[in-house]
Design a protein around this ligand. Structure first.
Ligand code: SF4
Length: 1018
């Protein structure tokens, strides 16, 4: 047995001496000398210091305890193969998939079981025997799985990261490592102790530095389990370090001077911004970046804030832990190749795949729009695109269609259809149930054929480096999966399962990190112990993060945990205290602690450790909300000064003062107050507008109503030709519902009157009902929807025992009720100014626009009147069918907002020479069927008394009403031709259906009064 020397020292104390002694011993015996430390981070730091001091040593002799176990294993075990933690999880996944463990199934089970097994092995727990009378069906199942897992490893010659320790204990040969330095290991677990004791037995010299202070609240381990031959106690001078070491011990408060500071910040981002500003101040005072460490208890969740904030302060930094590979955009693109077929060709997956810059499939943006129009949600893309082409072909066959636009559109859908067919044919090789190796082979082969991923040939060097590193990590993960797949050569899995396995592996693999030489180090709190750093920041000190008191083992109750004698809550609290304290002891000049007060709207509870520090040292606060080195805050300040008309001292690059002033003027001057600039559509005279909307132009009432409601919307829609992205509606849209009802009404009445029938009355009601239902069924058959919503729509249209009378029947009932009006249905779908589609429009229709005199000019009008009813003397009323929930009233006509009925009335008068006496809106929807006159000649009271709700819509002179509308039209034409397109000026809210809210000045985000925080955040 070697003489073992135990050094009881404060964390970090005596490390230099250990390094110096190791250097000497390694020079004498490089392969027989080993230096074991608690973290990889410290191992790298020790190696760096040795290298900086010019020492030569064997690289893997400075290592962690798991690293040392691996080293021993590799040097001795020829027959067994070590596997990673991710591999272990995959093996557990496959064992669980065998289905013999019903109590253990469920989301997250694999991770929790892997953690439990790791604890059982490392703590040498005899499971389930140790449970005694607490054993249950669940523990029996866990034990069965645990046994199956261990047998699987044995049977395949595999060793996981935990069992590797017991192998190393067995394999360690006497005298193999002659000089051993173990530094800073805190409360090793039983299996780790076995390895250390085995090492002590076999070495010639054994030096063990135990983190220790006379403070049992943190340091109960005195190292006696090592049976030392000699004990050396550390100096523990009466300094701020010894004061710190007494933290949590309820000693009298000590004095740490200005060594420890403490601050509360608004939220996590505000906290990181304050840290960044402090670092900038230190750098300005001459401190080097690598003399500063920023530590967080949960590094992974803090890194995104650091990535956001540190570049804003131009801080060079290097983070010790990378992100999961599965979070890399490049890796996500490659995973999307599997996700598309695995998840049934969902629209958003396909579009994401087609728009990814890392994949060679172009055309995603256009496909996004076309697939919305084709109402694709998933699955049958070809059928849906074909149906869209068919519908457009039908539309194109009509004489009134925009032929060239439709032809172009059909061609583009056809091209998209071919692209999708090719893409899906490629992806189909991935589908089906295969062995993991077959899945891998198909996946790799497809990526190879696509030459994916596409790596950018130029761009930001750091980003390209990240992408290359992520790709390497991805390929290594595929290779790891390949290795594991050999363990299950015959087992077949579905594509979705294969995709999940790969995702699981990638989620458990961390990307490497960019390393900068002289940079601020961003690390986890546990990585700071034993380092010596001048300036230390420890952030995010909130309950649940530090201390993180996760007492219960997965799949075990508190009683079971106690019975298994694994770590108690007190053990965990002590361990957390140790890591916090060890981190503080690493600081040499100053340590700045902080915690966020809230996470968004959720208040956070500061860590009990913060209170302990407060009570023990009464620390001063640090930092304030002034962040002079934040580019974001500088931009905000510059903006605020500029907005007040003052000139800032400097501008945050790349924005120039001139450009900032120009933009601010647009926002603060032109787009505020009255509408008077082109930014609000006030274009002024423009020959192009005069030409396009001059005397020869043809207008529809709808276009003019758009201008009446909002000239800016008219400008965006009708002048610029913009359109919002189509909504994806797998059922009948509002427009389609309207068109369907119009077609049925047209078919019914044109056939009914053609056969010599008059108004629908009780006498002919049954015949009329049969005919309209026949037409309704035929028209409904044209839609190929198979959704429950469409089935319900049809029931409400045609009626059923469950739904009662349908819309069509209620329509006829209403017709019979108003048959006494003396108006007889006469003409249907009277079209003018539009190409004529035979069989779809009335015989009175004309292809030319109707010219209506307008003061000293005319307006050429196009449109289609749904229905004209006439009296025996030739006077007529026009009707517009409405299937929506709201429509205009008489006051809207008087106010120039509703133009359609008066303009149509005048157009029919012009076409027929007859006199129009009324206009009605016929509401045809599920909750309401009613023909409501909006205006009618007051002299025809006896005709309109049978129309419900018509009492207050009579007018003395219909011609006057129409002339009022024409005077409005005159104003609108002048506005359009004069380039006057301001946003609406109504006090009321903009219509919900306006798709241009994000581009006009009423964008909800623009209306927020941005009261920025001083730290540059909103
Ligand atoms: S949001 Fe309102 S003002 Fe803006 S374009 Fe639409 S309707 Fe016009």
């Amino acid at each position: 047995m070697s003489p073992a020397v135990l050094y009881r020292q404060l964390p970090g104390e005596g490390l230099d001496t250990f390094i110096a002694e190791f250097r000497k011993a390694a020079a004498r015996d490089p392969f027989g000398t080993v230096f074991i430390v608690p973290t990889s981070y410290l191992a790298r730091e020790v190696a760096r210091r040795l290298g900086d001091g010019g020492a030569s040593f064997v690289a893997d002799t400075v290592t962690t305890l798991p690293g040392f176990a691996r080293k021993v294993f590799f040097e001795h075990a020829a027959a067994e193969t070590p596997i990673s933690a991710a591999d272990s999880r995959l093996i557990l996944t496959r064992l669980l998939a065998a289905g013999r463990y019903p109590l253990l199934a469920g989301t997250g089970a694999v991770d929790e079981l892997a953690t439990l097994f790791d604890v059982l092995i490392m703590r040498k727990v005899d499971y389930p025997a140790a449970l005694g009378d607490l054993a249950s069906a669940k523990s029996a199942e866990i034990a069965a799985l645990f046994g199956a897992y261990l047998r699987f490893l044995d049977g395949h010659g595999l060793v996981d990261e935990s069992t590797l320790f017991s192998r190393a204990v067995r394999l360690l040969a006497a005298g193999e490592f002659r000089t051993v330095f173990a530094y800073g290991l805190f409360e090793p677990m039983p299996l780790e102790r076995d390895l250390l004791l085995a090492l002590r037995e076999s070495a010639d010299e054994f030096h063990y530095s135990l983190p220790y202070a006379p403070n049992p609240a943190v340091f109960p381990d005195d190292g006696e389990w090592l049976h030392p031959d000699m004990v050396v106690s550390g100096d523990a001078p009466d300094s701020h370090l010894s004061h710190l070491a007494g933290l949590f011990s309820r000693r009298e408060p000590g004095d740490c001077g200005k060594f420890i500071r403490l601050a509360e910040r608004r939220d996590r981002e505000g906290e990181v911004r304050a840290i960044a500003q402090e670092i900038r101040d230190l750098l300005a005072a001459g401190v080097r970046p690598d003399e500063i460490i920023v530590a967080f208890p949960d590094l992974a969740s803090a890194v995104p804030y650091v990535e956001e904030v540190f570049p804003d302060f131009a801080l060079p930094y290097t983070a010790s832990g990378g992100r999961p590979l599965s979070a890399s955009p490049l890796v996500q693109a490659l995973l999307s190749v599997l996700a598309v077929p695995a998840r049934g060709y969902r629209r958003e997956d396909v579009v994401a795949l087609m728009t990814s810059p890392y994949l060679p499939n172009a055309g995603g943006c256009e496909l996004d729009i076309l697939s919305r129009e084709a109402r694709i949600t998933a699955g049958n893309w070809d059928g849906r695109l074909a149906a869209l082409i068919f519908a457009l072909e039908e539309e194109r066959a009509r004489p009134d269609s925009a032929q060239s636009r439709l032809a172009e559109k059909i061609a583009s859908i056809d091209a998209a259809r071919n692209t999708v067919r090719g893409l899906f044919a490629d992806l189909s090789v991935l589908e089906g149930t295969k062995t993991i190796r077959e899945h891998l082979a198909a996946y790799r082969s497809l990526l190879e054929r696509w030459q994916a991923p596409v790596m950018p040939a130029e761009g930001e060097p750091d980003l390209r480096e990240d992408e290359a590193r992520d790709l390497r990590g991805f390929m290594e993960t595929l290779a790891a999966l390949d290795r594991v797949s050999r363990l299950f050569p015959e087992e077949k899995v579905a594509l979705l399962e294969f995709s999940s396995m790969l995702t699981l592996l990638l989620a458990g693999t961390r990307t490497g990190r960019r390393r900068h030489g002289n940079a601020v180090r961003v690390v986890g709190v546990r990585e700071v112990a034993h380092l010596a750093v001048p300036y230390l920041f420890v952030g995010d000190l909130v309950e649940g993060t530090m201390p993180r008191l996760t007492t219960r083992l997965p799949f075990t109750t508190d009683a079971e945990t106690r019975r298994l004698a694994t770590r108690s809550k007190e053990d965990i609290l002590r361990e957390e205290r140790y890591h916090f304290l060890a981190a503080l002891l690493a600081a040499r000049t100053r340590v700045s602690l902080s915690y966020p007060a809230a996470d968004g709207a959720t208040p956070l509870v500061r860590s009990g450790f913060v209170d302990a520090v407060r009570e023990a040292f009464s620390p001063e606060t640090w930092g304030n909300s002034d962040l002079p080195d934040s580019r974001l805050a500088a931009a905000r300040r510059a903006g605020a000064l500029l907005a007040r008309g003052e000139v800032p001292a400097g501008m945050p690059p790349p924005l120039t003062l001139r450009e900032a002033v120009r933009r601010l003027n647009v926002e603060n001057y032109h787009r505020k107050g009255g509408y008077d600039s082109p930014y609000d559509g006030m274009l002024g005279d423009d020959p192009a507008l005069t030409e396009r909307f001059g005397d020869g132009a043809v207008f529809s009432p709808t276009a003019l109503e758009t201008y009446a409601d909002c000239p800016f919307r008219f400008y965006l829609e009708r002048v610029l030709g913009l359109a919002p992205l189509p909504q994806i509606d797998p059922d009948l849209t509002a427009q389609e519902r309207g068109a369907l009802v119009h077609r049925i009404a047209y078919r019914f009445y044109s056939g009914w009157t053609c056969d010599g029938n008059g108004p629908v009355t009780d006498a002919c009601y049954a015949d009329a009902l049969r005919r309209i239902l026949d037409a309704g069924r035929e028209e409904a058959e044209r839609f190929a929807f198979e959704t429950p919503a469409w089935a319900a729509d049809k029931e409400h249209l045609l009626g059923s025992p469950a739904a009662g009378r349908g819309l069509l029947e209620r329509f006829l009932r209403h017709e019979a009720e108003v048959a006494a009006s003396r108006f007889v249905p006469h003409a249907f779908e009277v079209s003018f100014g539009l190409p004529l589609a035979p069989g779809e429009v009335d015989a009175a229709s004309v292809p030319d626009a109707v010219a209506i005199p307008l003061g000293d000019g005319t307006i050429r009008l196009r449109g289609r009147v749904d229905r004209v009813d006439v009296m025996s003397d030739g006077r007529f009323m026009i009707t517009d069918y409405k299937t929506g929930s709201s429509h205009h009233r008489l006051k809207d006509i008087m106010a120039g907002k509703a133009l359609q009925l008066p303009l149509y009335l005048r157009a029919v008068e012009t076409l027929t020479g007859r006199e129009g006496v009324a206009g009605t809106y016929y509401t045809l929807r599920r909750g309401e069927v009613k023909n409501k006159p909006i205006f009618w000649d007051a002299g025809l009271k006896e005709c309109f008394s049978c129309f419900p709700g018509s009492g207050r819509s009579s007018v003395g002179d219909v011609r006057d009403l129409v002339d009022t509308t024409l005077s409005w039209v005159q104003r609108y034409l002048a506005g359009i031709r004069g380039g006057c397109f301001p946003p609406r000026s109504d006090a009321g809210p903009c219509p919900a259906y306006c798709g241009f809210k994000t581009v006009c000045r009423f964008d909800a985000l623009r209306l927020i009064t941005a009261e920025g925080n001083p730290d540059g955040t909103d």
